[in-house]
Design a protein around this ligand. Structure first.
Ligand code: PAF
Length: 279
């Protein structure tokens, strides 16, 4: 596994390798790799000839009061995990490489970026869109892999790719969960033992929604109220709990196929998100 730190080197290597080997699969990450990331790398390995994993904690997607500084970082550990999963190239740019002095360009995917997480994190998706666009320009992947856990991010990236005619296939893969249902996330690291114990309640609430829908209930307000009751019982502060349309993220009154049930909540000082898609 090669470790590349500069954009210039990454770009020329991608150019070469694409001609030499064929398809490039990119797994963009902010590091502190977990089984969710590894599942993306493994799938990319099945689909593509060369696998690039990027590790970059992107400052522009964090608000001022958010966790940019304390976001977990461990490059040595990440390197071992990425290599074991079959990564060919680890791209680890610095802030200076990505945002040199005088940097001014951002991308805002209108309509979608201000919904769900965008309400409490108004600049978040602007930062996500620009870093992903830059990574696409630098790595020139044939395919890029993202987890469904960050459903809004995935939908926004797909829209950006469509709207800007980017030549990359965006692939969303299922959320990986711990045994008790908690969606794996680098931010789970922040949870105290007590908080970790109650965190699966988000998934339990989503499962309650699924059971109600499976048994024929499709009234969103009714279903979401039951889910909310499960969450607030354990004194978790809900940021949002919504049933939305998958294409425009607008609230739906009736839950049907392709309705996304999405939740964000604060467990102590940690904000976690999760979702399920109604099939
Ligand atoms: O999902 C993430 O880890 C990040 O938002 C991403 C896509 C790597 C962009 O920084």
């Amino acid at each position: 596994m090669k470790v590349i730190k500069t954009i210039k080197k990454m770009q020329s290597l991608s150019h070469h390798e694409k001609e030499l080997r064929g398809t490039i699969g990119l797994v963009p990450t902010m590091g502190y790799l977990h089984s969710g990331h590894i599942s993306l790398v493994k799938r990319a390995k099945k689909d593509c000839d060369l696998i690039v994993v990027s590790i970059y904690v992107n400052p522009t997607q964090f608000g001022e009061s958010e966790d940019y500084k304390r976001y977990p970082r461990d490059l040595e550990r990440d390197g071992k995990l990425a290599k074991a999963a079959g990564t060919d190239i680890l791209f680890v740019p610095s802030n200076k490489e990505i945002y040199p002095d005088g940097y001014h360009t951002y991308i805002r995917v209108e309509e979608l970026s201000g919904k769900l997480c965008g309400i409490s994190r108004p600049i978040h998706f602007r930062g996500v869109a620009i870093i992903v666009a830059k990574l696409f320009n630098i790595v020139k992947p044939t395919r890029a892999y993202f987890g469904w856990k960050d459903a809004q991010q995935l939908i926004i990236i797909k829209k950006m790719v469509e709207d800007l005619n980017m030549d990359v296939e965006v692939i969303g893969l299922p959320t990986v969960r711990e045994k008790d249902g908690l969606a794996v996330s680098s931010r789970n690291e922040y949870l105290s033992k007590k908080e970790r114990k109650i965190a699966p309640v988000l998934y339990q609430a989503l499962q309650k929604v699924k059971r109600m829908v499976d048994s024929g209930e499709n009234n969103s307000a009714k279903v979401l109220k039951e889910a909310e009751d499960i969450i607030i019982k354990v004194k978790i502060k809900i940021d949002y709990l919504k049933a939305v349309n998958l294409t425009d993220l607008k609230d739906v009154k009736k839950i049907e196929k392709n309705t996304l049930i999405a939740v964000a909540a604060w467990i102590g000082g940690t904000r976690l998100i999760d979702n399920i898609l109604i099939k």
